[in-house]
Design a protein around this ligand. Sequence first.
Ligand code: NAG
Ligand code: NAG
Ligand code: NAG
Ligand code: NAG
Ligand code: NAG
Ligand code: NAG
Ligand code: NAG
Ligand code: NAG
Ligand code: NAG
Ligand code: NAG
Ligand code: NAG
Length: 482
Amino acid sequence: MPALLLRLLLSLLLVAAAPLAAARSRQFRGYSYLLDCGAAASTIDRRGLIWLPDGRYVSAGVSSELPEQGLLDPALATLRIFPRRPAAKFCYELPVDRNRRYLLRPTFFYGAYSPDSPPPVFDMIVDGTFWTAVNTTDDSLAGSASYYEGVFGASGRNMSFCLGVNPDYTDSDPFINALQVIQLHDSVYNATNFTSSAMGLIARTKFGSAGDAEKYPDDIFDRYWQPFLDSKHAVSSTHNVTSADFWNFPPPGVFNTALVAEQESPLVLQWPPVPLQNDSYYVALYFADTSPENSRTFNVYINDYRFYDGLTVTSAGLSVFATQWILSGLTRLILTPVSGLPPLINAGEVFGLFPRGGYTVPRDARALESIKRSLQNIPDDWNGDPCMPHGYAWTGVTCDDSSIANVISLNFSSMGLSGYLSSDIANMTSLTDISFANNNLSGPIPNLSKLRSLQRLHLQDNKLNGTVPQTLGTITTLHELF
Ligand SMILES: *[C@@H]1O[C@H](CO)[C@@H](O)[C@H](O)[C@H]1NC(C)=O
Ligand SMILES: *[C@@H]1O[C@H](CO)[C@@H](O)[C@H](O)[C@H]1NC(C)=O
Ligand SMILES: *[C@@H]1O[C@H](CO)[C@@H](O)[C@H](O)[C@H]1NC(C)=O
Ligand SMILES: *[C@@H]1O[C@H](CO)[C@@H](O)[C@H](O)[C@H]1NC(C)=O
Ligand SMILES: *[C@@H]1O[C@H](CO)[C@@H](O)[C@H](O)[C@H]1NC(C)=O
Ligand SMILES: *[C@@H]1O[C@H](CO)[C@@H](O)[C@H](O)[C@H]1NC(C)=O
Ligand SMILES: *[C@@H]1O[C@H](CO)[C@@H](O)[C@H](O)[C@H]1NC(C)=O
Ligand SMILES: *[C@@H]1O[C@H](CO)[C@@H](O)[C@H](O)[C@H]1NC(C)=O
Ligand SMILES: *[C@@H]1O[C@H](CO)[C@@H](O)[C@H](O)[C@H]1NC(C)=O
Ligand SMILES: *[C@@H]1O[C@H](CO)[C@@H](O)[C@H](O)[C@H]1NC(C)=O
Ligand SMILES: *[C@@H]1O[C@H](CO)[C@@H](O)[C@H](O)[C@H]1NC(C)=O
């Protein structure tokens, strides 16, 4: 699947650390948290946001520290590095509220670029869905961090966020510096069906601004609105816009600057500033007039297609959006005057849409969780979806290739496992092969008679005791038993 990603730049400024005591800790609305990957303790940043150490949410990887000192964003100073192993995925298990939607913003900063060890390139995966590849090379050359942002619907009590080792890319260890998990209000981006799709940010823009990106606390979800300047057309004004009047809760500050057309002529912008691949996009545009006495009506075109006809903007503000707009290559946004003052625009967002991937049939996923709990010394990639995406199954697990995948084989031979064999293994009724050979398992062999397709069962070289269950004799397909 083509990557619908966006890399935006976070500038890496060196500043003196602000005294922490001066900062008050703050919280986002809803169930949200910020993880400082590889950190040993919580920190509070200059905006008063609390960053938690990530150890509770991830079992793989090791902590590391960058040699750079005095980073503007202290959350970048530590990172978690995962051991490279082809096709392994390393997952954070993120507690979420079921059926709510979440903005995930992972940030990557590998430190100063070195040609001897260019930054690793790897995949990102959310639950069973391939998101995009992470390539920080260009940002690293520029001395900047890279962040990605996606919006995903939660389907269970945990959402897994994983880094996947793709052997087609580089042969170094995946890493991550920070991960923001932010619950959005139910009306934000609600025209998208998050059961079938997810969104990856392309651009979020505050037009007519030369200043810093607009963030928390002005944006209650800490979305970053990047400045987009065209000095000829910029205006600023103070507004009384109320975020909550908009489904998407744009921050009030984005309405204080705008780009305005010349009298009698259209406003033409190349936006978003990057070429797009031919696909469907979510586009939202935000407008507010500069004063309550004004009146202006205009048409909105994207490339040569009419996006909105006869839009009358007031100082209270309004937004227009499309949920599945086809774009390709460079995009031109054109506002043509109809009546009153010339057209203006304050802010915009573009996201790529991509389909949610499949998942492991819940019967098998639950059984594997139970098997995992009954074992010790398990592989560090047994987290996230056991089968999906295809090519990223847990070590030792083989699945069929349907989109709601069944587990067909467990080969856990010689993994140094100890513990016992959970009787829930008998729930995985599509299994044809089971091997736990050459481990340190103890206890009895469970009743496997429900496994009507089982062909090979290898349990030799363990410390199992008791008798071989007679019920194995009822599995007619079984033809290899050690
Ligand atoms: C959900 O996430 C929490 C925190 O990461 C973890 O302790 C728990 O085991 C996870 N539950 C499942 C079913 O993965
Ligand atoms: C990563 O990006 C760099 C610079 O754009 C490019 O040269 C390189 O081929 C990319 N690596 C992969 C694996 O895509
Ligand atoms: C989105 O949220 C708004 C405000 O709560 C509501 O009026 C609208 O019907 C919702 N749209 C969808 C498609 O759920
Ligand atoms: C969203 O997508 C799912 C899966 O494709 C579908 O079952 C559901 O009906 C859709 N919901 C809406 C409101 O269209
Ligand atoms: C904003 O609201 C205040 C009080 O409600 C009012 O005095 C002021 O004129 C308003 N400003 C604008 C630009 O509408
Ligand atoms: C985009 O793809 C569609 C079908 O997938 C095709 O009909 C259309 O011509 C393509 N547009 C461009 C500009 O390539
Ligand atoms: C296995 O199946 C049994 C019977 O259907 C059920 O009671 C049990 O909860 C299942 N185990 C798991 C871990 O799902
Ligand atoms: C199981 O895995 C081991 C080690 O990876 C391999 O040697 C063996 O052939 C595999 N067994 C089966 C039945 O695939
Ligand atoms: C079983 O455990 C013992 C120590 O408890 C260890 O010496 C031995 O190597 C283990 N055997 C296997 C096959 O992992
Ligand atoms: C084994 O499991 C099957 C199916 O769940 C059940 O019918 C049978 O009674 C069990 N046998 C024993 C000995 O527990
Ligand atoms: C199997 O071993 C466990 C301890 O490891 C013991 O409690 C149990 O009684 C043994 N069962 C049999 C049938 O020997």
